[in-house]
Ligand binder design. Structure first.
Ligand code: UD1
Length: 417
């Protein structure tokens, strides 16, 4: 089993380049099969999630050509073949094949997607959207059979601005007849990236970045190009590492606008940084002021950065408080941080920190992707050795994390034991 081993206490200095956003690319690849023509996606990060999507494309009869970080998706020979559980359970985003195959072939059969175990994560809103567009849905155990004679544009209101439902319904609606008005949608930046690709392919979507999307259905889509935007969650994770261990640590290729909620909390904590157009240089802050963080949908504080943020809370003076509002269970890192010496009172959705606490290296387990990121940050500042198991979660979402950290002075390696 692969593990990450970190010897803590080394300052981080130099440059960390940020990769393309995981949550964009995992939707861009399925979106690309809405056309028979080739779609070129650049700035693709090397992640196990992208590999798993490639296996699904191959299973369906499509091909992906690579040239370093450029993927060309060829969906000419794709057919709507049932996607078995071994494929769909590898990642949450496999569900974007529901919208994409339904859009192109009006028929899809697949099992419930996988992904991090951070709460219930139902897909009722995705299915509601497909139904309103005219699809019928049969559920046999964990398998969904979604079929439509034709898809017809309509008004769809999402009860919650879900990222996944917004994208999935978009994928189905772009080739529907007539106009779909999709209301109360998510506004996460990754969604704009997907809309840019779809519009480049000939779709007619208006309202990107707002709560209402208007989609005028078109008959067919064509070849196009798109670059994956910078990963704001990866950037935020390294920024927090810099706040705790940086010595002029520069995080490059960032989009500051996407990081406003984090940066405003770091301002409140009196973290030292210098921001320019697309990079940030950050230094360890000797005295962090406690803060309250409540997660929310974009542009609020992202739930995906909240788990790494809890490590900063173990180092701030006084009582920091954290409340999770998106998922039922995003506290997987807390018991592990407690093992390492943090003083935290917590429930499934709230945590209160009695800090600062010196952290000590221990054997810990990554319960999910962002819990794993939090444990890496903790390991970097802990005394002694931290050994993290269950790291497949981490490798799903952070490109070359050990290499990037080694280059800036961390003592970190991936071992097999
Ligand atoms: C995406 C991101 C994930 C991030 C999350 C919130 C991807 C691949 N993953 O996940 O990293 O943490 O956005 O920013 O992009 N919900 C329902 N019914 C639905 C759909 C969602 O009740 O049909 C609920 C979920 O259980 C959750 C909330 O809505 O409580 C948010 O989920 P959603 O925005 O859909 O997140 P994901 O797309 O799964």
């Amino acid at each position: 089993m692969k593990k990450i081993v970190i010897e803590g206490g080394h300052p981080l200095s130099g440059n960390v380049p940020i990769s393309g956003a995981k949550n964009s690319v995992v939707a861009l690849i399925p979106a690309a099969i809405l056309t028979e023509e080739k779609v070129e996606i650049s700035n693709v990060p090397k992640l196990s999630d992208t590999k798993n999507l490639e296996s699904i494309i191959n299973l369906l009869g499509g091909e992906i050509d690579f040239d370093k970080s450029r993927f060309t998706v060829d969906g000419k020979n794709i057919k709507s073949i049932p996607i078995p559980i071994e494929y769909s359970s590898k990642l949450r985003a496999s569900y974007y094949f529901m919208g994409a195959l339904l859009g192109r072939f009006k028929h899809v059969e697949m099992h419930f997607p996988g992904g991090c175990n951070i709460g219930k994560r139902p897909i009722d809103l995705h299915l509601k959207g497909f139904k309103l567009l005219g699809a019928s849905i049969i559920k046999e155990d964990d398998k969904y059979i979604i079929d439509a004679k034709k898809l017809k544009g309509t008004n769809i209101y999402l009860d919650f601005p879900s990222v996944g439902a917004t994208i999935n319904i978009l994928l189905a609606a772009v080739l529907a007849e007539g106009v779909t008005i999709l209301d109360n949608v998510a506004k996460e930046p990754e969604i704009e990236n997907i809309i840019d690709l779809l519009n480049n392919m000939g779709a007619k979507i208006k309202g990107a970045g707002t709560s209402t999307l208007t989609i005028k259905g078109v008959k067919r889509l064509h070849k196009a190009k798109i670059a994956v935007i910078a990963d704001r969650i990866e950037a935020g994770t390294y920024i927090m590492m810099g706040a705790l261990a940086g010595k002029d640590l520069t995080i490059e290729n960032i989009i500051p606008k996407h990081l406003e909620a984090l940066l405003s909390k770091l301002d409140a904590m009196r973290v030292n940084y210098e921001l320019s157009k697309d990079k940030i240089t950050i230094n360890k802050s000797e005295k962090l002021v406690p803060v309250n963080v409540i997660t929310s949908v974009y542009p609020g504080f992202p739930t995906d950065l909240a788990q790494p943020m809890t490590v900063l809370m173990t180092q701030a003076g006084g009582n920091s408080k954290f409340k999770e509002t998106i998922y039922e269970n995003r506290m997987g890192q807390i018991p592990e941080l407690i093992k390492m010496g943090a003083k935290v009172e917590y429930t499934n959705t709230t945590a209160k920190f009695k800090a600062p606490n010196k952290l000590k290296g221990k054997e810990v387990t990554a319960s999910d992707l962002r819990a794993g990121a939090a444990l890496i940050i903790a390991g970097l500042i802990a005394s002694g050795t931290t050994k993290i198991s269950n790291i497949d979660h981490i490798l799903r979402g952070y490109e070359d994390i050990a290499e990037k950290l080694t280059k800036v002075g961390a003592d970190i390696k991936i071992i097999d034991e």
